[in-house]
Design a protein around this ligand. Structure first.
Ligand code: NAP
Ligand code: G4F
Length: 323
């Protein structure tokens, strides 16, 4: 029998890669999408799957629409990837972020509890929950210390997922994913902001790149590798929580260096540090320990940061050339 998956956030970076991954496995894929006044399906088009998904209209903040989506799709697996996912905006929209990224996880879990208790549930938790890190390498046992309204909301989503698993024996897992990027990354995130700017500078369309804290360090992987880990979590007999990371951390500065070097330029000639992009509270460093995922899921990252940044710069060179 064909398996059915419901993905919230299907129009986002991870949603698009996960939908492609599941379609390739023969799943019927339902996508829960919030109405927007302009087109949000460009990623699904880039992957050639826009017409292969069954779209269900709704909003995570609207419990009725969440229930309807669950009842209509009767999913074997529900992946909750929908979120206000940009940390910077979470200080501008703290309440919306709290509702969509935190409380709304309960909308989904309640809908499953009442209407589809056998559905396996994936929650998109995040390394932002570690925030002011309490251990040099963060793993599933490292205490959380979130540093943004986004991180705080995600801690709620994480714990309510565990709570429903323990209270109602639901198959509910959280993936604590460290930063993952791709050519489909939103332009507001630092890697894509850099690779887009590098393409524009190389093609003579821009001179300078204004960034915030370039001393921040992140454990960056490729989104295409990470969606496989989400799926693997839901194939396990027991639901559980897993850190998904590369185990390598790099400064924003060195990530820029890689991107500029790929097109034969020097980042020092173009990068301007601009206080406008500093955050009210920063997560200085993230470095994940994915040993449990390697051991239990047999998952490991396949793409190095250099390969990832090269892939992103090349995609942006193609896009900017076409403009
Ligand atoms: P993304 O590209 O920003 O995608 C977010 C998705 O959520 C979009 O499809 C967006 O739709 C949808 N969405 C936003 N508000 C919604 C609402 N109220 N109702 C329904 N859908 C809504 O994010 P991503 O990078 O793919 O990340 C996927 C998930 O993983 C997110 O939960 C994120 O917080 C989490 N995460 C990401 C990373 C990472 O490094 N990428 C790491 C850890 C965890 P519109 O485009 O129409 O707004
Ligand atoms: O690319 P970023 O905006 O990603 P951030 O804040 O780490 O969040 C991403 O990863 C999380 C997982 O840890 C996800 F949960 C979350 O949804 C999102 O996908 O910023 C990375 C770092 C930060 O330290 C930021 O201060 O880059 C620094 N940075 C320096 N200049 C900049 C800039 N970030 C952005 N977006 N823009 C800049 O100009």
């Amino acid at each position: 029998m064909t398996k059915r998956a419901l993905i919230t956030g299907v129009t986002g970076q991870d949603g698009a890669y996960l939908a492609k991954f599941l379609l390739d496995k023969g799943y019927t894929v339902y996508g829960f999408v919030a109405r927007r006044s302009s087109d949000t399906r460009w990623r699904l088009r880039e992957l050639g799957i826009e017409n292969d998904i069954i779209y269900l209209d709704g909003d995570l903040a609207d419990a009725c629409s969440v229930q309807r989506a669950v009842i209509t799709s009767k999913p074997d697996e529900l992946y909750n990837l929908g979120a206000q996912s940009f940390v910077g905006s979470s200080w501008d929209q703290p309440v919306t972020t709290g509702i969509v990224d935190g409380i709304a996880v309960t909308h989904l879990l309640e809908a499953l509890r009442q209407f589809s208790p056998h559905t396996r549930f994936y929650q998109a938790s995040t390394s932002e929950m570690f925030g002011l890190i309490q251990a040099a390498h963060q793993d599933e046992n490292t205490p959380f210390y979130p540093r943004s309204p986004y991180g705080v909301a995600k801690v709620y989503g994480h714990w309510i997922t565990i709570n429903y698993r323990e209270s109602f024996a639901m198959h509910a897992s959280s993936g604590i994913l460290f930063n993952h990027e791709s050519p489909l990354r939103g332009i507001e995130f630092v890697t894509r902001k850099v690779t887009d700017a590098v393409a524009r500078i190389k093609l003579g369309k821009q001179q300078k790149l204004h960034l915030g804290n370039i001393d921040a360090k992140r454990d960056w992987g490729f989104a295409g590798d990470y969606v496989e880990a989400m799926w693997l979590m839901l194939q396990q007999e027991q639901a559980d929580d897993y850190v998904i990371a590369t185990g390598v951390t790099t400064t924003v500065r060195d990530m820029c260096k890689l991107a500029f070097e790929h097109v034969g330029l020097h980042h020092e000639d173009h990068v301007v540090v601009d206080p406008k992009f500093f955050r009210p509270a920063e997560v200085d460093i993230l470095l994940g320990n994915p040993a449990k995922a390697q051991r239990v899921l047999n998952w490991q990252p396949k793409t190095s940061l250099k390969e990832l940044i090269t892939m992103m710069v090349d995609a942006d060179l193609r896009r900017v050339t076409k403009e």
